[in-house]
Ligand binder design. Structure first.
Ligand code: GDP
Ligand code: CA
Length: 315
């Protein structure tokens, strides 16, 4: 069957959290013309701290696409200094959330523009322009849509669990808001999408919060043969962060096969790592088994290219 999509004109939408999402988004940004690429980013991790509105996943994606990211940590700015937060600690203020001096400039600017009445979508566009980012980076929603983590006898705000308690309390349940609505910009981009790529982000606290925002999930379900996910689990482990631990605590297998099963019918294609070769059975789901670890910039481009080729093949 001839390909109905043309790689130079197809509209690509990537759903992304922070570290894993930003790396694939960066690879895609080096291949897809900017007017054809949209990154829809999780805002379930956003919170108010020290009077500032902090959007960790949006910032991780912006710093990666703006080429100012700290590639060692995967989050925060390259060449960062920590004078302000160290002084906050000395003054008895809350210093558990790592805020670098350069990073603080983002939060100050964002908070100022939000207080002037702009939407988070408009503020993100403003920041992206100043980081010379061309593809559209869109928050999934303009409303606050906080993810809450239920652990032993407590329900914690996401960053309290993730950073302050170093994701150690066991996760029993994840609470997502029931009234989250997508922005008109998100809906318009999904309406025109030829391909939706679910980045190798945490399925439970990065991707689910996006899918939970109405009407993102039903819009994806309506797309013909065009939703492809990349596994964040390699060799039964997360590359970084709590995804594997959460799967275990929620009684799931820790494997790329379990990630594919978790996304279920939403997916038309699934990309998993060569280390897990043979672990997935070919059913209705189209499979691609390649190297999915992104250490270098070249790795990001290679994986993005593999995912785009695969999506073209199955569309
Ligand atoms: P967070 O919001 O910063 O936690 O980042 P994400 O949710 O976007 O990404 C976290 C997930 O990315 C983890 O489950 C990791 O296993 C996965 N991840 C990170 N780097 C890579 C990589 O290079 N390849 C793959 N396949 N997954 C990765
Ligand atoms: Ca995150």
């Amino acid at each position: 069957m001839p390909n109905q999509l043309d790689r130079t004109t197809m509209n690509v939408v990537c759903l992304a959290g922070g570290v894993g999402g930003a790396k694939l988004a960066d690879g895609l940004a080096r291949l897809v013309p900017p007017q054809n690429l949209t990154i829809i980013v999780n805002t379930g991790d956003d919170f108010q701290h020290l009077g500032l509105t902090i959007c960790p996943d949006l910032d991780t994606v912006m710093y990666a696409l703006g080429d100012v990211a700290n590639v060692e940590t995967g989050w925060g700015r390259a060449g960062e200094s920590w004078h302000t937060i160290a002084e906050v600690g000395r003054l008895g203020g809350p210093d558990w959330f790592h805020l670098g001096d350069l990073d603080l400039a983002t939060h100050l600017t964002r908070t100022h523009l939000l207080q002037e009445g702009q939407t988070l979508t408009a503020v993100t566009r403003h920041l992206c322009r100043h980081f010379h980012i061309q593809p559209d980076v869109l928050p999934m929603s303009d409303q606050p849509t906080p993810t809450l983590i239920e652990t032993d006898g407590r329900i914690l705000p996401f960053q309290t669990w993730f950073v302050q308690e170093r994701w150690q309390p066991p996760v029993h349940k994840i609470h997502l808001p029931t009234d989250a609505r997508a922005t008109p910009q998100v809906a318009a981009r999904l309406e025109k999408a030829d391909l939706v790529i679910i980045a190798p982000s945490n399925p439970f606290v990065s991707i689910d919060p996006i899918l939970n925002v109405y009407p993102i999930r039903p819009m994806l379900e309506d797309l013909p043969r065009a939703v492809v996910a990349v596994s964040p689990i390699i060799g039964g482990q997360a590359v970084k962060g709590p995804a594997a631990k959460m799967m275990q605590e929620m009684g799931m297998d820790v494997s790329s096969a379990a990630v594919a099963a978790y996304y279920g019918d939403l997916l038309d294609g699934f990309v998993y790592d060569a280390q897990d070769d043979g672990l997935l059975a070919q059913g209705d789901l189209a499979l691609l088994c390649v190297d999915t670890l992104m250490h270098t910039s070249a790795d990001r481009v290679r994986l993005a290219q593999d995912v785009l080729n695969f999506a073209l093949e199955i569309s």
